[in-house]
Write a protein that binds this ligand. Sequence first.
Ligand SMILES: *[C@@H]1O[C@H](CO)[C@@H](O)[C@H](O)[C@H]1NC(C)=O
Length: 237
Amino acid sequence: MSSNKKSGTKKSTEEHSDPIMKWGIRVFLLALFLALCGWLDTIKDRWYVFEPSKLHALAQDAIAAYPDDVGAMAHYIVANLTAEYPSTRIRINPDEREWVFNNAGGAMGAMYIIHASITEYLIIFGTPLGTEGHSGIHTADDYFYILSGEEWAYALGSFEKEVYPAGSVNLMRRGVRKQYKMHKGCFALEYARGWIPPMLPFGFADALTSTMDYISVYDTVRATGREMIKNLLIGKI
Ligand SMILES: *[C@@H]1O[C@H](CO)[C@@H](O)[C@H](O)[C@H]1NC(C)=O
């Protein structure tokens, strides 16, 4: 009897203190995690390899060398980057035929992933047909260097379209939202720097909820994963 009573009392004190303890630990771990994220955000610049101004110059040189020939421009850009950056510092995808369809934010085009890591990606994106959609809200600054055609953009509160012709750059800072349209024949070199993994769901949502193009999803996951892992292996975060 008395031992039963004792264990019963013990159980009820455990039940009483456990949830407080459990939640205390959870709140503490969450605070620790947020502090870690905040700290990583202040030091993320140290992992950047590419320079926005250099990429802009490179895009302009590629346009001057091969106006309106996006395939030749892609080759020019990749050859330049491969010569500029040693393979011990950054992994660059040399397979210029590795184009994948991408549907995101309602827009559709094709992309070639030149580089992908945790803090940067560099792709060529576009379509000869033109396309339009929502930019998404991103955790990275996004530089859109127009290689051919024209991009139009529209921000809330404005009544005029922004026009970005070949050779110009549309910089969308982290957190900025716009409607955008890539006019007929528009291709761009797109450079994102910031936190790349949280951007990936935007890149897959349309395929997983609408197009069901599992081939593109597979190809994109494979290429992105491969590039990110190869970068991590050489210490490029
Ligand atoms: C790459 O392009 C940049 C910018 O246009 C240029 O300054 C640099 O000399 C080029 N590098 C090579 C190896 O071609």
